[in-house]
Design a protein around this ligand. Structure first.
Ligand SMILES: Cc1cc2nc3c(=O)[nH]c(=O)nc-3n(C[C@H](O)[C@H](O)[C@H](O)COP(=O)(O)OP(=O)(O)OC[C@H]3O[C@@H](n4cnc5c(N)ncnc54)[C@H](O)[C@@H]3O)c2cc1C
Length: 467
């Protein structure tokens, strides 16, 4: 096979592995594959509804891309500031809001803050301090009685006929199996659904990847006043960071006004940056590096992306230091564990959410959540600052039983995905599938046969907003 980028010939050569007996490490009611943005909420929902729940993740923390790529959480509110006269409405509540409440209590979030500029993109901004989040979410999992398997890679899916029965894992303990009544694929890349033979679409080449980074020792006030003087600011939000006069928590700025930086960014197809700051002098998140197109399911492409993006981070930080007043003494303080992937495999589900449904604020009889943000706003917005419904069928893969999915692995249409993939959407999807999986166990039915009215009633009782 020819690798398009390197011309390397991969031999069509195989090895025969030895037959083995794989020990079963755990059996549970609900197995959540991937403890990321959607997975953590799914696990909390399943466990609180009485299911013996296990979460498996390849990393040593929970939160996935939300802590390792995303900046602000988009969005708990509708786009009220873009539509004069529209009512300010919190459209996502339930477990996602409870997580924010716990974060505020732990000193790890400013809550939902109104944007002063750029509010037609997002009317509020919700930041979480990632390190505090890691502790808070472990506490919440422990309180709910969720069993965690970290540093554990899911490598295969166990199936009997068309029923998913569990997964094969690999970790320092070796190769083992975890069996479950219902499996939730929240891996982002649909690793479980794909291995179960569910039809998936590899969205390459419209998936671009990026590597946000942080810079410390920044005089943020000085930098922002330079951006203001040069009319570069696209977004801004303020909150009290502590006992200091730097209260800037979100700033978008158009760096293409600086010729040397514009040249570098255009050469590499970069956009932005958007940045957030949790602490004084700390630009915790700067999002502008980019590679497109890239097949983020190919190990050689993944390796190339890590190398190129890490180079871009260092180059951009040098340009910041050289050209932006306030960054003279700054240094790189953080890079993610892994570059950020926006879109890879999409699972074919019983319903595929379309951009028409999103912009027209379509509601569904079987909806299990609503959502009101689009990442291309104000170019693409949900009409009248409204919300669209996420139908249960959009989380139910075709042609397989006992499997549910949630997160960035739904919506095949790129423009629709630019809404459904955002963090807060993934979180509400998580509450829906976690609750559904627990109800399936309780009532002894498969997800396809679940009484959706019972699911909706349970979600409403547990704080999910339906409008
Ligand atoms: C650069 C970048 C910037 C973004 N900015 C924003 C933003 O500002 N606001 C916003 O709302 N959204 C943003 N997003 C989008 C958003 O962060 C993601 O779409 C969302 O977090 C995805 O959630 P998820 O639950 O589907 O996947 P993830 O949160 O990625 O969770 C998947 C989890 O599964 C685990 N996993 C995967 N495969 C396996 C396996 N085989 N075995 C074991 N574990 C596995 C992973 O470790 C991970 O924890 C951004 C995305 C990127 C890439």
């Amino acid at each position: 096979m020819i690798n398009k980028n390197y011309g390397v010939i991969r031999m069509e050569k195989v090895v025969i592995e030895r037959k083995r007996n794989t020990p079963v490490r755990l059996e549970c009611d609900v197995l959540v594959a991937g403890g990321g943005t959607a997975g953590i909420v799914a696990a909390l929902a399943a466990a609180r509804n009485g299911a013996k729940t296990v979460v498996i993740d390849r990393y040593g923390y929970l939160g996935g891309t939300m802590l390792n790529g995303a900046g602000p959480l988009h969005s708990f509110f509708n786009l009220y500031k873009a539509f004069p006269g529209a009512e300010k409405t919190q459209v996502v509540k339930g477990i996602p809001q409870e997580i924010i409440d716990r974060m505020i209590e732990a000193g790890g979030s400013f809550g939902h803050v109104e944007q002063e500029k750029g509010y037609s993109y997002d009317s509020t901004v919700t930041l979480i301090d990632w390190e505090i989040f890691k502790g808070v979410i472990f506490d919440m999992m422990c309180e709910a009685g969720v069993k965690l398997l970290l540093h554990t890679l899911i490598v295969d899916t166990i199936k009997e006929g068309n029923k998913v029965k569990g997964v094969i894992i690999e970790s320092k303990s070796g190769r083992e199996a975890v069996l479950a009544n219902i499996v939730i694929d929240a891996t982002g890349d649909a690793d479980v659904a794909y291995k179960a033979g569910v039809k998936c679409i590899n969205t390459y080449p419209d998936g671009h990847v990026g590597m946000p980074f942080g810079m410390a020792n920044v005089n943020i006030k000085k930098a922002v006043s330079y951006f203001e003087d040069n009319d570069m600011i696209t977004q801004i939000a303020y909150a009290k960071k502590g006992d200091c006069d730097d209260n800037i928590i979100r700033v978008g700025f158009n760096l293409k006004k600086i010729p040397a930086i514009r040249e570098y960014m255009e050469k590499h197809g970069m956009f932005g940056p958007l940045s957030v700051s949790f602490h004084e002098n700390d630009m915790s998140f700067i999002n502008c590096t980019n590679i497109k197109p890239l097949d983020a399911l190919d190990v050689e492409e993944i390796t190339r992306a890590e190398i190129e993006l890490r180079k871009q981070v260092v180059e951009m930080s040098k340009l910041f230091k050289k050209y932006i007043p306030g960054f003279e003494n700054a240094y790189i303080s953080w890079t993610p564990i892994h570059f950020g992937v926006r879109r890879t495999r999409i699972v074919e589900c019983e319903h595929d959410i379309t951009i028409d449904e999103i912009v027209n604020a379509k509601r569904f009889d079987d909806e299990v959540a609503v959502y009101g943000f689009h990442d291309c706003a104000p170019r693409i917005m949900i009409k009248n600052a409204g919300v669209y419904g996420i139908p249960y069928r959009a989380l139910l893969p075709k042609g397989v039983e006992n499997l549910l999915v949630a997160g960035r692995l739904i919506s095949s249409d790129w423009e629709a995905h630019m809404s459904t993939r955002n963090t807060v959407s993934c979180m509400v999807q998580g509450q829906a599938v976690g609750t559904a999986a627990a109800l399936c166990t309780k009532t002894g039915v498969s997800p396809r046969m679940l009484d959706v009215k019972l699911l909706q009633k349970t979600l409403k009782e547990q704080g999910v907003y339906f409008g």
